[in-house]
Design a binder for this molecule. Structure first.
Ligand code: FAD
Length: 468
């Protein structure tokens, strides 16, 4: 006999589990299906959380090595226990995914472990270990099956020497020479992790800059900081192949002048983006198909072309970020309950957790110029901030872009200490359609990094920054 649910969610990443909780809160009888034993999807298991755990651990090590002395702290015999670092990361993941188990129970959500596939639009088969199959009936479905690492056609990932971010979070040793293909946020974060603990790191990027989707000034500053810490960055390089011989990895690329260049290392991380995951989902049985890039098409309410089947998160494309997936999870639950939810995709912040941290919301200067908008900008460097000097975090700046006539804030771009948290001041300001002048008029506590936001706003409203 099969169970019958109001809503079944396929995939337990940040999109899926948030959708499940919100559905249960709104009174739907809810089921969630996850093919792995551990809930939480990419984000909690092999993405956001483990990468941040390693970024924090390695940043502590780098500070102890390079900055403590200047603070007057002497450490003798500083050494790295990489296995412990990886073990702690594993514990953080376990605690966090365990938290999701608790939330499922608390909200009385039925959890099925196994691979889900449609039999028809209201019937889902769950293939369990040992190929046993169970079927459930459901009124509505939310597909939240996420994404997997992408590769390039000429690269075969062996998961040993030629690796994805998943393996990079679980290495048994610190690479001597790490080659990173792709200077997006995942490539930059992993480059920072291994550079801090002694790997020689080279980033090979196809575009003319790293973090190419963010404001060019952020890219320039992160490039400067990375080069200062001896990360080699090769932009305008088109990777043509990667091969392995024993422990040696050889990467070939063509540079801007079409000249062949060869790089050698002992590991090569392929970080060229992620692709939607819909393998074996039986979409056709529900009357669905993917678009040419493999994403599931949805309308403005995140409903697919089949009524009652919704899709959210990485599998529908757009910004492939955990908080975007979460927002969409809540959206669909509330929409199904007859509420009127709203997502402003222009106000979804993006963060790169290097040090300095990089964060951005709204439009970049390049985008606004392309759109022909008349704009004004204000920029405040952290080297002029007393708080940043106290903590020895003087790299970076805050840049605010406002409309030249109305003064409305159109984009805020930050690189500096704790910017991943500070970006929320900009998001709140933009959500309420603040002007740069509004930010100037709000009292900012002294001494904090947030004062740089106010100073940048002063720069945008005229030449009136106080501390530069
Ligand atoms: P996912 O998290 O991918 O979850 C999908 C789930 O569905 C998976 O658990 C999968 O096993 C399951 N599934 C798939 N098919 C089936 C099936 N047929 N049956 C049952 N289960 C199925 N984003 C941020 O916002 N901030 C960050 O700092 C950040 N850091 C990242 C670092 C790394 C190294 C990586 C790889 C990603 C990072 N991301 C970050 C991106 C973020 O992880 C994703 O955007 C997010 O996880 C997408 O959520 P989702 O719910 O759409 O899918």
């Amino acid at each position: 006999m099969s169970d019958k649910f109001d809503v079944t969610i396929i995939g337990s990443g940040p999109g899926g589990y948030v959708a499940a909780i919100r559905c249960a809160q709104l009174g739907f009888k809810t089921a969630i299906i996850e093919r792995y034993n551990s809930l939480g999807g990419t984000c909690l298991n092999v993405g956001c959380i483990p990468s941040k755990a390693l970024l924090d651990s390695t940043e502590h090590f780098a500070q102890a090595k390079h900055q403590f002395k200047e603070h007057g702290i002497e450490i003798e015999g500083l050494s790295l226990d990489f296995k412990q670092m990886i073990k702690r990361k594993g514990e953080v993941v376990k605690q966090t995914t365990g938290g999701i188990d608790f939330l499922m129970k608390k909200n009385k959500i039925t959890v099925f472990t196994g691979h889900a596939s449609f039999k028809d639009k209201n019937t889902i088969a769950i293939r369990k270990d040992g190929n046993k199959t169970e079927e459930i009936k459901t009124e509505k479905v939310i597909i939240a099956t996420g994404s997997k690492p992408a590769s390039l056609p000429n690269i075969e990932i062996d998961k040993k020497r030629i690796i994805t971010s998943t393996e990079a979070l679980e290495l048994a040793e610190v690479p001597k020479k790490l080659l990173v293909i792709g200077g997006g946020y995942i490539g930059c974060e992993m480059a920072a992790v291994y550079n801090r603990i002694g790997s020689e790191v080279t980033i090979v990027e196809f575009m003319d800059k790293i973090i190419p989707n963010m404001d060019s000034d952020l890219s320039k500053e992160l490039t400067r900081v990375f080069r200062k810490s001896k990360i080699d960055i090769k932009t305008n390089h088109n990777v043509t192949g990667v091969s392995v011989e024993g422990n040696k990895v050889t990467l070939t690329a063509t540079d801007k002048k079409d000249k062949e260049v060869v790089f050698e290392g002992d590991y090569c991380l392929v970080a060229v983006g992620r692709k939607p995951y819909t393998a074996d989902l039986g979409l056709d049985k529900a009357g669905l198909k993917t678009n040419e890039k493999g994403f599931i098409p949805v309308n403005g309410h995140l409903e697919t072309e089949v009524e009652g089947i919704f899709a959210i998160g990485d599998v529908i494309g757009g910004l492939m970020l955990a908080h975007k997936a979460e927002d969409e999870g809540s959206y669909v639950a509330e929409y199904m309950a007859g509420e009127k939810p709203h997502i402003d995709y222009n106000l979804i912040p993006g963060v790169v957790y290097t040090w300095p941290e990089v964060a951005s919301v709204g439009k970049s200067e390049d985008q606004l110029k392309e759109e022909g908008r008349e704009i004004k900008t204000g920029k405040f460097p952290f080297k002029a901030s007393g708080r940043a000097r106290a903590s020895m975090d003087t790299d970076g700046f805050i840049k605010i872009i406002a409309d030249a006539k109305t003064d409305e804030v159109l984009g805020v771009h930050l690189i500096g200490p704790r910017m991943a948290d500070l970006i929320m001041e900009a998001v709140v300001a933009m959500e309420f359609r603040a002007s740069a002048e509004d930010i100037v008029r709000m009292s900012h506590p002294h001494p904090t990094y947030s004062e740089a936001m106010r100073e940048a706003a002063m720069g945008a409203t005229g030449d009136r920054a106080i501390h530069i």
